[in-house]
Design a binder for this molecule. Structure first.
Ligand code: WTA
Length: 661
């Protein structure tokens, strides 16, 4: 796309097509505005109405929002429900019971499907197996699984008995797993022997064994292993059972355990600005409401839809829009085990045609890599497949650049499908700022407007509103049902991370910069304002990677990590390293850089591997010893240093650090 066009697109507006407006749950901006007004006039009444309409309660709530201990907000807290019953049992006895709940396409292309009724039976049986392991309401269970129906079953089964799950992405290391087992005090790990990705069999169970062997997992009693492939894996007698062994003789009937609305449904670890990942804790009632409501609002889900969210269950997107939302909405969804580029980069388009997908939800990083593939190889261009089943497209995880938006719009959406650019976070539980497909005029690169009831704003450090057109910090001024409840085991950190004192201590600080357009007041996210990087839509803390690097104590003296823009991955990790020995150059530097990359992969996971590593005799520091990260960011980008370097202790090292390997 020419530069001129890309400048122009920012001002282009795409009104929702008539076909999308007609019959939409929220049809037209008047309908959107009416909901916003309702929330504005009677905030609690608005949420109470939606919670009664969208959630099946075992015991109805009488209190909607309790702000007495802000920012530890409680929603619907005297009500009782079960999340799994809201996803499965609720459909029994309705026409949905025999509808396909999940179409599963394996890495090798094999397709299976399961109805709601069958899924309920399998979840019930698995829940009974968990109970037979002694797992009870309130226990924490780690799930370290491939993208399979069994992963969703494991999550649903935990929810069914009131156990709190914590899913760890299958790409995380043994060390990361060990830390999460310990932090959550998990009693069990649910895993698979292997996972299949791009035709390769990759170990999971062996990593679990390594993680447990690192010690400290004192609460852990059992490991359940799904045999994804016929290849055997090591089993520890008395601790480990295959799924077949655990399920043997278990009935498929398991009554869902009602829990209080504030009962922790799950903990999901995510990166923050300090070293240790935080366990974001979500509550059952508010979260479930949000999963259901946003399926209706943002995806305008209808009975005939085939919904496909490409996210892994290891991320929040895979929680809300794979494991819970589509089921709560009674939709048919597609789950895909493999990778978008194998056996060829047209796999997504081929699958959309094959399964007649109507709502497709993916990440900008995937779109950008598929654009690149289509530009180099005509055969994998989406035009080779019939994508006319699509009616709505979605984007999540990072800002989508207008060029990628236009390509997605033209080549995938056939210029007929609204694109919902959904802004949200692990902490928000679901969408918070997003277009509505049957209402919002779209502007490429903008997540447009907050959902009704979400009081989003852009403010300065003191919490004062910033006028449209100027950048500031994104906040949400009032609580909402699916918000983070606390950081598991660390309420102080929760308060400090998200509710700054300078703003009064009750306003949610998202950690992103944003600006609203002058004409429409549309939000555009400009990126994180803390030390969190977004690489291919995955959150990584710079401090986390720094800690990993300096933990290689035989080699590394000091390290600083910053992000730099990257065409494909959005941001890339750039590490500046001082070794304990003299600064390496040439081949030796490359070799050590590789060693460090592999080390980081082992400590955190391959996604955290630094793309660039630069060596210096020192890091740029002020006389008081503070690392000047702003300078490092400029160097990482390859920019000339224009900042004031007068406070710099040793200006000569800037040249060293600018040197690429
Ligand atoms: C970024 C993913 C711009 C943002 C659901 C946020 C986005 C972080 C968008 C959360 C979007 C997510 N436009 N930026 N549509 N969606 N982000 O917790 O920086 O993995 O703070 O949740 O991703 O990442 P997380």
């Amino acid at each position: 796309m020419s530069a001129i066009e890309s400048v122009l697109v920012e001002n282009r507006v795409f009104p929702p097509p008539a076909a999308a407006v007609q019959g939409a749950r929220i049809s037209g901006m008047e309908a959107y505005n009416a909901l916003c007004d309702e929330a504005g006039k009677d905030f609690n009444g608005f949420w109470a109405r939606l919670a009664r309409e969208n959630v099946v309660w075992n015991k109805p709530f009488t209190r909607t929002l309790d702000e007495s201990n802000a920012p530890f907000y409680k929603w619907f807290d005297d009500g009782e429900l079960n999340a799994s019953a809201n996803c499965l049992d609720k459909h029994i006895g309705t026409p949905t019971e025999n509808k396909t709940a999940i179409i599963f396409e394996a890495d090798d292309g094999a397709v299976t499907s399961i109805t709601y009724k069958e899924l309920l039976a399998r979840v019930g049986q698995f829940a009974n197996a968990l109970k037979a392991q002694g797992i009870q309401k309130g226990d924490r269970v780690i799930i370290y699984m491939p993208m399979t129906v069994e992963g969703v079953i494991a999550m649903q089964a935990c929810a069914r008995i009131g156990a709190t799950h914590s899913v760890v992405f299958g790409g995380f290391s043994a060390k990361a797993l060990n830390e999460r087992i310990i932090d959550a005090g998990a009693v069990a790990v649910i895993t698979a022997n292997f996972q299949m990705r791009g035709g390769k069999e990759l170990p999971l169970k062996a990593i679990v064994d390594d993680g447990i062997a690192m010690g400290g997992c004192t609460t852990l009693r059992s490991v359940l292993v799904f045999m994804r492939t016929p290849t055997a894996c090591a089993m520890v007698a008395g601790r480990d059972k295959t799924f077949d062994e655990a399920l043997q003789g278990q009935s498929s009937d398991c009554a869902p355990v009602p829990v209080g609305a504030e009962h922790p449904l799950f903990i999901l670890y995510t990166s923050g600005s300090t070293g240790k990942p935080k366990g974001v804790q979500h509550a059952t009632g508010g979260y479930l409401l949000w999963a259901k409501l946003t399926m209706d609002w943002t995806f305008d889900i209808k009975p005939a839809d085939v919904f496909w969210c490409t996210a892994d269950i290891g991320w929040i997107t895979g929680h809300t829009y794979v494991a819970y939302g589509p089921l709560a909405a009674g939709a048919t969804q597609l789950i895909f085990e493999g990778v978008p580029t194998w056996p060829h980069a047209g796999r997504f388009w081929q699958m959309i045609e094959k399964h007649q997908v109507t709502v497709f939800y993916t990440a900008p990083t995937a779109i950008r890599s598929l654009i690149k593939a289509a530009e180099t190889d005509e055969k994998v261009h989406p035009k080779n497949w019939n994508l006319s089943s699509l009616r709505i497209l979605g984007s999540v995880g990072e800002p989508i650049n207008p060029e990628a938006w236009m390509w997605y719009h033209r080549n995938v959406g056939g210029e007929r499908c609204p694109i919902v650019d959904t802004f949200w976070q692990t902490e928000t539980g679901g969408h918070v700022i997003t277009p509505l497909p049957g209402a919002t005029p779209l502007v490429p690169g903008s997540c447009t407007l907050p959902l009704p009831g979400i009081m989003a704003a852009i403010v300065d450090e003191t919490g004062k509103d910033i006028p449209n057109g100027s950048g500031g910090m994104l906040v949400i001024k009032r609580p909402w049902p699916s918000m983070i409840r606390t950081i598991w085991g660390d309420p102080e950190r929760f308060k400090k991370s998200y509710f700054p004192e300078e703003m009064g201590g009750t306003i949610y600080l998202a950690g992103d910069g944003a600006v609203r357009s002058e004409d429409r007041g549309y939000f555009r996210i400009t990126g994180r304002i803390d030390d969190v990087l977004n690489v291919s839509g995955h959150r990584l803390g710079t401090m986390e990677i720094e800690s990993a690097l300096v933990s290689k104590t035989d080699l590394v003296a000091e390290a600083a990590v910053v992000g730099r823009p990257d065409d494909l991955t959005g941001e890339a990790v750039c590490a500046f390293v001082v070794l304990k020995r003299s600064r390496p150059t040439g081949e030796e530097a490359k070799q050590i850089a590789n060693e460090l990359r592999n080390w980081v992969a082992k400590e955190i996971g391959p996604i955290a591997k630094p793309k660039d590593i630069r060596f210096g005799d020192n890091l740029p520091k002020t006389r008081s010893g503070k690392i000047m990260r702003r300078l490092l960011r400029s160097i990482a980008k390859g920019e000339a240093i224009t900042q004031d370097t007068s406070t710099l202790e040793n200006p000569a090292i800037l040249e060293q650090l600018a040197e690429k390997l």
